[in-house]
Write a protein that binds this ligand. Structure first.
Ligand code: SF4
Length: 88
């Protein structure tokens, strides 16, 4: 069973047609298995925030920014949660 968020994940929806190699790699590693998807930083943050659209669209499942983008548009709240997740 795949990640239950796959139909509403903004990252996948936004980038899936832009760089297939990168996105397909993440889909294969995280999204195709519910167990693996529990390691996805986006999914962890969704469970904390309960609002999908607060997650920066350019945050990849490993928590890093999509290549060529940065955290400059991330809210302070998101940076705080991101820090907590990566410290934990
Ligand atoms: S990127 Fe994360 S939250 Fe989005 S569909 Fe894949 S595993 Fe689920």
């Amino acid at each position: 069973m795949e990640c239950e968020m796959i139909g509403q994940c903004e990252f996948i929806n936004h980038y899936q047609n832009q760089n297939k190699i990168v996105i397909n790699g993440f889909i294969n590693k995280y999204c195709k298995s519910k167990e693996s998807s529990n390691k996805c930083i986006r999914k962890r943050l969704m469970s904390i925030l309960e609002i999908n659209n607060k997650i920066p669209i350019n945050m990849m499942p490993n928590g890093l920014c999509y290549p060529g983008t940065d955290k400059s548009k991330w809210s302070n709240e998101m940076k705080k949660y991101y820090f907590i997740q990566n410290e934990g």
